[in-house]
Design a protein around this ligand. Structure first.
Ligand code: PMP
Length: 400
């Protein structure tokens, strides 16, 4: 019955890895996928995660029962504290409804569907550009997706004027997706001063913030610093949605562990919001997986393990920052034409190189370097060994 089915295209991001895996070249480098790699190019399981897993395995009371629809209660509480801060007034006033979801993507999807069912304005504004999955997730959740200007290719920085203009002309009440830190794919974030202006504009127009936090601690190395934008919006007492992922910052990619928090106007509303979130989740996947959330809760609730995590997290962030410098220095040494300072100015996992799709194709063909066609490279996939090879490739691509 499916004989007439067309072949679906590869996912534009995950498809890069498919192509990379097929390439027999010994010098190939995969800068497509957003997953951390060590200097040796290997995936990393944090020591603190291994330790938490051993504790869980050896604990006779850990079982494989179903979690509630909303997930592990302890995990939810700790996750809200991690992003909003331990002294967050919204948490103290019980105004936050948090549910465990399937990593960042699942949190966005559940939040999107909740809004489509219960919020009066169905339009969500997403930055241009943004993570490629955002428009699909929100469209399938039942929202109408529009975009706001974000990135200025001329400066390789923020188009702040364009952003303010587009949010100013959005209809009152519209939902606005904001990357909490380390904007993907550009690595360009507003300054705190700009965040404050965005906050004032959004609150004055009753625009509803939907934060996507996939890189807390991964951008600057500090969990608190990377949550500053979000906390400004909580401190004003207003409402917002928050999708949190532990994929990058705890290296729990395949465990699919994340949380959706909805900061409400009162404790009473938060209870009703949670009850409705259950009705979104139950027919979608019934309840979330237990293992990843147990790892996170084990680490977050123990101060020694928490500290161990922050050290390992900073190690990852610092290695990425150092790769930015190494790549920048290598291009400078080659006198590659152009201003490459955006490589060290941008933050987080990715650099938006400014290379066009022809140059990207050339680098794949001639240098076996794999990245998404928009010229985004994962700095986490680079090492001291591969940075010179990448610099050679970029130099050849821009001078050919
Ligand atoms: N949002 C952004 C901005 C991301 O970059 C990612 C991961 N690439 C996600 C959400 C979701 O990731 P996950 O579902 O693996 O947590």
């Amino acid at each position: 019955v499916f004989a007439g089915l067309a072949q679906a295209p590869e996912d534009p991001i995950l498809g890069v890895t498919v192509a990379y895996n097929k390439d027999p070249s010994p010098v190939k480098v995969n800068l497509g996928v957003g997953a951390y790699r060590t200097e040796e190019g290997k995936p990393l399981v944090l020591n603190v995660v291994r330790r938490a897993e051993r504790m869980l395995i050896n604990n006779p009371s850990s079982v494989k029962e179903y979690l509630p629809i909303t997930g592990l209660a302890e995990f939810n509480k700790l996750s809200a504290k991690l992003i909003f801060g331990t002294d967050s007034p919204a948490i103290q006033e019980n105004r936050v409804a948090t549910v465990q979801c399937l990593s960042g993507t699942g949190s966005l999807r559940v939040g999107g569907e909740f809004l489509a069912r219960h919020y009066h304005e169905r339009t969500i504004y997403i930055p241009q550009p943004t993570w490629g999955n955002h428009p699909k997730v929100f469209t399938l959740a039942g929202l109408t997706v529009k975009s706001y200007r974000y990135y200025d290719p001329a400066t390789r920085g923020l188009d702040f004027q364009g952003l303010l203009e587009d949010l100013s002309s959005a209809p009152s009440g519209a939902i606005v997706l904001l990357h909490a830190c380390a904007h993907n794919p550009t690595g360009v974030d507003p300054t705190l001063d700009q965040w404050e202006q965005i906050r004032q504009l959004m609150r004055s127009k009753a625009l509803l913030p939907f934060f996507d936090s996939a890189y807390q601690g991964f951008a600057s190395g500090s969990l608190d610093k990377d949550a500053q934008s979000v906390r400004m919006f909580v401190a004003d007492g207003g409402e917002l949605l928050m999708a949190q992922s532990y994929a990058k910052n705890m290296g729990l990619y395949g465990e699919r562990v994340g949380a959706l928090s909805i900061v409400c106007g009162s404790a009473d509303v938060a209870v009703r919001v949670e009850s409705q979130l259950k009705l979104v989740i139950r027919p979608m996947y019934s309840n979330p997986p237990i293992h990843g959330a147990s790892i996170v809760a084990t680490i977050l609730k123990d101060s020694a393990m928490f500290n161990e995590w922050t050290v390992e997290l900073k190690g990852m962030a610092d290695r990425i920052i150092s790769m930015r410098q190494q790549l920048f220095d290598a291009l400078k040494a080659r006198e590659t034409p152009g201003d490459w300072s955006h490589i060290i100015k941008q933050i987080g996992m990715f650099t938006f190189t400014g290379l066009n799709s022809d140059q990207v194709a050339f680098m794949r063909q001639e240098y076996h370097i794999y990245m998404t066609s928009d010229g985004r490279i994962s700095m986490a996939g680079l090492s001291a060994r591969t940075a010179p090879h990448l610099a050679d490739a970029i130099h050849a691509a821009v001078t050919k």
